[in-house]
Structures are given as C-alpha cells and as structure tokens.
Ligand binder design. Structure first.
Ligand code: NAP
Length: 264
C-alpha cells in the first residue's frame, strides 16, 4: 500500500507526521507522494482541504484520513493520542471507506470557454466593487434576482464551515445535496430575495448569471481568485465523491455536539 502524509507545517504536526511515516515504513508501506492509496493529513480541517485539492484528479484511487493537532475537526477527527491505533488499523485492516458528496462548479466565460471545479466545502461568489447582483435560476427557470454581499453554495460536509456562519442548516454528509445561503441580501420594496437557505437534490441545478459587468471574487474552499469574464456559474452535486478511510465510527452528530456545544 502506498501512503503520503501531509502536515499543516507547525512543529507538533511535523513531529506527528514524521512519527506516523516511520511507523508505516516499518510495516513495509511505500511512501509515495504522486499516486498514494491513502493520504493522512496532520493538522486541521484546513490541512485536509489542501490534501483534497492536491489529489482531486485521483479521487477514485486515493482515500483520506485526518489527524487533528488542534481542536477536533470534521475531516480531521483522529486525536494525536490515537495515532498508534490508526497505524494499527491501516496496516492490519482492509481499507474501508465512506463517500461524501462534492459540489461541482462550472464557470462559463464570455469567451465561451468553461472551467470546472470540485469543492469539498463550498464555493462563494462575491464582488469587490459594490453589491453582487445576479439572476438566480433553478433548473433553468428564473427564481430571483439577488442583490447583496454574496452567495455561498456548500456541500453537506461543508455545511459546518462557512455555511454555518451564514445561518445555513447542518446537513448530514450522507445526503447527496447542496445548499445555497445568502450573504447580507438587500431586501426592500424594490429588491426581494427568498432569504432562507435553499437545499437542492442531486438532480437539480442552480445557476447564477451576472446582471452587471463586474469582477467576481470566487472561492473554492480555501482557494480564491478573481474572474472578470463570467457569463454564468452553474452549481450541482458532482458525480465524483470524496472517500474517507473509516476504521472506526465517529457519528457526525457527535462531532457537531463536541465541536459546537460541548466537548464530552
Ligand atoms: P481558515 O480561515 O484558516 O479557517 C477556517 C476555519 O474553518 C478553521 O477553523 C477550519 O478548521 C474550519 N473548517 C474548515 N472546514 C470545515 C468544516 N467542513 N467544518 C467545520 N469547520 C471547518 O481557512 P482554511 O483553514 O483555509 O479553510 C477554508 C475554509 O474556511 C473555507 O472552506 C470556509 O468554509 C471557511 N471559512 C469560513 C468563514 C466563516 O465562517 N465566516 C469565512 C471564510 C472561510 P481547522 O482549524 O481544523 O483547519
């Protein structure tokens, strides 16, 4: 089995990464950065987001598992003191995985070229000059004209991240769905938006079309870029999924409770 360890880069994560790497090498596992079967991240959820984008071209072949060296994470849900046990599972058990849905983002440019992205957490669309004004279409039918700070479209596993700060619902990651939330929409007698987060099933699409000529600030997880040629942005549940190694059960709602209510 080929493995790779990605550290957040702080001293604690680097030391733990080196320890895990050595233990797995002692079991004749092969350390391989290009085509690993399993990627172990050591740090936080942000470290796992980095690993996801590093291996997004081989999601069918690479599984992920995360160890947290700070607070409990949603993707990084193994504790540093459980590393011995994690190594034991990796080296002695068949790789069993659990699949989480992803968000597909297709940006069509005025020049006709398109760019496709996969997101593990969410995509956000904002402008840096004035309000974002976009027509929102659901399944090719006009739904509303949004005016405000921006829009966020999240995966179920990303629903505990930016989406939660925007008042979105927490969705169980087994649901093949995506959720759109508003950032400070303008609502008065002239402008009107739904105001509530919207959850779309896998066979629905949501499309944003700019109403005015602006530069868009688009983020896909932790990656942000400017785009001033946007014709439309299409969101849907991707056909690809991300695979997490599952050696023990750590129920989602327990993680939600421990992360946001109290650590038991
Ligand atoms: P960051 O600004 O350094 O950290 C964002 C925080 O979000 C970190 O505490 C991170 O956990 C946590 N996080 C990431 N994915 C999560 C998930 N699925 N559920 C719960 N918490 C999660 O940025 P980053 O580390 O590069 O992560 C990028 C993410 O930041 C974006 O995908 C977005 O979701 C989030 N973000 C949130 C807000 C907001 O809530 N207002 C604003 C911008 C971006 P760790 O500490 O374990 O890494």
């Amino acid at each position: 089995m080929k493995f790779f360890v990605l550290s957040r880069g702080d001293q604690t994560s680097d030391q733990l990464s080196a320890l895990m790497k050595q233990k797995l090498l002692n079991h004749d596992f092969i350390y391989e950065a290009d085509t690993p079967d399993i990627v172990i991240t050591v740090g936080g959820d942000g470290t796992l987001l980095n690993a996801f984008h590093q291996y997004v071209h081989r999601l069918n072949e690479t599984a992920f598992v995360g160890v947290h060296t700070g607070h409990l994470g949603f993707y990084a849900d193994w504790r540093p003191q459980e590393v011995e046990r994690l190594v034991y599972y990796i080296t002695s058990q068949e790789l069993e995985t659990v699949d989480y849905p992803l968000l597909e983002v297709t940006i069509e440019h005025k020049t006709q070229d398109t760019q496709r992205y996969l997101s593990l957490n969410e995509c956000t669309v904002k402008t840096v000059e004035g309000s974002l004004v976009v027509d929102v279409e659901i399944n090719d039918e006009h739904f509303e004209t949004f005016r405000g700070d921006g829009l966020c479209v999240a995966t179920p596993s990303g629903s505990t991240a930016y989406n939660k700060s925007l008042g979105g619902a927490l969705l169980h990651p087994s649901l093949p769905a995506i959720q759109m939330t508003e950032m400070a929409s303008i609502n008065n007698r002239v402008y009107r938006t739904i105001g509530s987060p919207l959850v779309f099933p896998a066979h629905h699409t949501c499309k944003l079309s700019p109403v005015n000529d602006r530069s868009y600030q688009i983020s896909i997880d932790h990656l942000t870029f400017m785009d001033n040629e946007v014709k439309e942005i299409l969101f849907k549940v991707a056909r690809e999924k991300v695979r997490f190694a599952r050696y023990q059960r750590f129920p989602f709602w327990k993680r939600v409770k421990e992360s946001f209510i109290d650590e038991t």
